[in-house]
Ligand binder design. Structure first.
Ligand code: FPP
Length: 253
């Protein structure tokens, strides 16, 4: 049973992160603990996605990125990949109403062309349908991997240099950011990973340069709005220096 005690947590509305990204891990272990098939864990995980999308919208988070399927996940058993694609399609179709009602725009980052044709079709339909929604961007990372994203960006930039559209001096961190899937988004302020693993697993590695990272022991299907509130409270108490010093520790005022 999920805890639902966020009432005791007071958040500073001025310090709500613009972009939260989540590595939703632990679906398989959740199912294993209950002697269930791993797919049951993914099904329960989809319910959590719904709850967390709604909570982030209520909180005024501008962009929520969810790591739903990595470039490495293609190597999972065929039956699990198939089940995940079915769940994704179900979510993309089934939550159109929720996205519309909450003024949320659906976007995706990753290799869209590798997804099954029917998933691509429904994804395009939902993205078109919600393209004018302005309160939040729900960014699904699908067949996403940072190394692939950065490799593609480097190739595109090299091509522009080769054709003299760009000079070597034009290659700056901003230019590289502009060639990533996330080009129009702020970098994530906060990256949450569930299920107690301390790694980024090829997720937003360029964009995470100054992200705050929070590791939760909770398995994704058990993750709740209440825990999200507690994590945001913890985020708001952190001192983000971006490599600089704070006023209180600086000698030059
Ligand atoms: C990691 O858990 C989770 C995934 C690879 C898939 C995430 C998918 C969902 C939450 C459901 C579908 C998504 C949407 C957006 C509707 P794992 O299987 O690696 O868990 P384990 O580490 O315990 O085995």
């Amino acid at each position: 049973m999920k805890s639902n005690s966020q009432k005791s947590v007071t958040l500073d509305p001025e310090k709500i992160p613009a972009h939260v990204a989540i590595i939703m891990d632990g679906n398989g272990r959740w199912a294993k603990k209950r002697l269930m098939n791993r797919v049951k864990g993914h099904e329960q995980g989809s319910q959590t996605v719904r709850e967390i999308v709604t909570a982030c919208r209520e909180l005024g988070i501008g962009t929520l990125t969810l790591y739903a399927f990595s470039t490495e996940n293609w190597a999972r058993p065929k039956s699990e990949v198939k089940a995940l694609m079915i769940l994704l399609k179900r979510f993309i179709i089934g939550e159109r109403g929720l996205l519309e009602k909450n003024n949320i725009r659906l976007n995706m980052i990753g290799q869209k062309e590798r997804l099954p044709a029917d998933v691509q079709k429904e994804l395009n339909t939902t993205m078109d349908l919600t393209s004018n929604n302005t309160d939040m961007v729900l960014n699904l990372a699908l067949s996403y991997g940072s190394r692939q994203e950065i490799t593609t960006a480097v190739r595109n930039i090299a091509q522009k240099v080769q054709s003299n559209a760009l000079g070597l001096d034009d290659i700056t961190p901003d230019l590289i950011s502009d060639h990533l899937y996330t080009r129009s988004m702020p970098d994530p302020d906060l990256i949450i990973r569930t299920s107690g693993e301390y790694r980024l697993s090829n997720f937003l590695m360029w964009q995470a340069a100054y992200s705050e990272i929070y590791i939760s022991d909770t398995l994704w299907p058990d993750f709740s709005k209440a825990e999200l509130f507690q994590i945001l409270k913890n985020f708001q108490e952190r001192d983000r220096r971006f490599g600089r010093v704070t006023c209180s520790t600086s000698n030059d005022g």
